[in-house]
Design a protein around this ligand. Structure first.
Ligand SMILES: C[S@@+](CC[C@H](N)C(=O)[O-])C[C@H]1O[C@@H](n2cnc3c(N)ncnc32)[C@H](O)[C@@H]1O
Length: 380
């Protein structure tokens, strides 16, 4: 069957690689989504295992439509019996890029009317709307005059991994953090260091990857578990097989932060994870950390919006100096939306990725911190 998996802008290639690793076929990379072919077991695996997936959609129909009446007729022409029982709750989400449909909320209302009318006409009672926790979540994607109607098998956005109990200021989205780690090419062997860890999203995602803990380990229920066509034995097998692969971390992981409350939150967020005691979490100013070499450093310094910094240019310059002087022999990745302040960093990046951080364009910069000059390193 056809499966469409949505992700964040900039993570499409990483998601495609994850899908290859799960043996899905016919992989096609789109904009914030990847399409593929797979079985029910693979739909369950996608939900349970993919670290960079936001939603796993099962497309059921495609139409060409030009106005609200055609939208209503298209949705009404689908026999909803296999997907929605009369006492079920439903919700509809829509992503719309079209000159014919400018109001996505109106699109969801029209589609809802078409479904509710059909079920009421057949059974005399209508399904209720439950926006938070529906039995069936229908997803509409409209691009120009093309409509794709899908069932959302995830139910909730998969970035809600359910391990975060506390959020210090400006936490990263879990899918973004996991995608950044994969984009950085961390081999899960080198010591991983986040010296500005906040509530610990990067260290937690690194730890989950290093222990093979499934991304959905703490998700209590996926949307597909309420469907009429659900194979609990197949899902149980997916979960059991994945959990049998959890092991001790393959790398040492350090997370530290200047702020004690942030470290407390990071510890709290990790407390239920297997092997959490192996992760070193402590309060420390970046500028007072003992120097380490041969590490994989990832950090997300303050942007000066939700966390105030006296002079962002001086601050970024000091962070660059600190890396250059005390972390030689390591690779450092810095993620920030402040490309202006990065001009004061004082180091030349060797790679750059552009990502979407909650609607704000941000960049992830790689710095290779050679011991000695770059020329000497090349000669070696
Ligand atoms: C944008 S937040 C990091 C958020 C984190 N990635 C998360 O997902 O929760 C930036 C963090 O840098 C920390 N910070 C600022 N100055 C620091 C310093 N000199 N040393 C260590 N941490 C610092 C702040 O306390 C804050 O927690």
């Amino acid at each position: 069957m056809k499966i469409t998996i949505t992700t964040l802008q900039g993570l499409e290639n990483v998601l495609a690689q994850e899908l290859k690793d799960l043996n899905l076929t016919e992989i096609k990379i789109g904009n914030r989504a990847v399409e593929c072919e797979g079985s029910w077991a693979q739909v369950y695996k996608c939900n349970y295992l993919l670290r960079t997936a936001i939603r796993v959609l099962i497309p059921i129909r495609e139409y060409t439509i030009l106005d609200e009446k055609e939208l209503y007729d298209a949705i009404a022409s689908i026999n909803w019996d296999p997907y929605i029982k009369k006492n079920d709750t439903i919700a509809i989400t829509a992503v719309v890029f079209s000159e014919y449909f400018t109001n996505s909320r109106y699109v969801t209302y029209k589609a809802k009317d078409a479904i509710v009318d059909q079920i009421r006409d057949k059974y005399g009672s209508r399904p209720n709307i439950d926006l938070k926790n529906p039995d069936t979540l229908v997803h509409l994607f409209i691009k120009n005059d093309k409509l794709v109607v899908s069932l959302d098998s995830s139910g909730q956005s998969l970035h809600l991994r359910n391990y975060k109990e506390r959020f210090f200021k400006a936490p990263l989205n879990e899918v973004l953090a996991a995608g950044m780690i994969q984009l950085s090419g961390w081999d899960k062997k080198k010591t991983f260091v986040d010296p500005m860890c906040g509530s610990g999203t990067l260290v937690t995602e690194a730890h989950m990857a290093a222990c093979n803990i499934p991304a959905g380990y703490y998700i209590e229920e996926f949307g597909f578990e309420r469907w009429q066509e659900f194979y609990p034995d197949v899902f149980k097998m997916v979960v059991d097989n994945a959990e049998a692969e959890i092991h001790e971390p393959t790398a040492i992981i350090h997370g530290s932060d200047l702020n004690g409350f942030a470290v407390r939150d990071a510890k709290k967020n990790m407390q239920r994870l297997p092997f959490r005691e192996k992760v070193k979490l402590y309060q420390r100013d970046l500028f007072n950390l003992p120097s380490m070499s041969n590490c994989h450093i990832m950090m997300n310094p303050p942007y000066d919006s939700r966390i105030e910094i006296h002079n962002i240019h001086d601050f970024y310059n000091s962070v660059g100096d600190c890396l250059k002087n005390f972390w030689q022999g390591s690779d450092a990745w810095v993620f920030t939306s402040r490309s202006d302040a990065m001009k004061s960093f004082g180091l030349r990046s060797t790679k750059k990725f552009t990502l979407d951080n909650g609607g704000t364009e941000s960049k992830m910069y790689k710095f290779e911190l050679y011991a000695g000059s770059k020329k000497a390193k090349k000669q070696q």
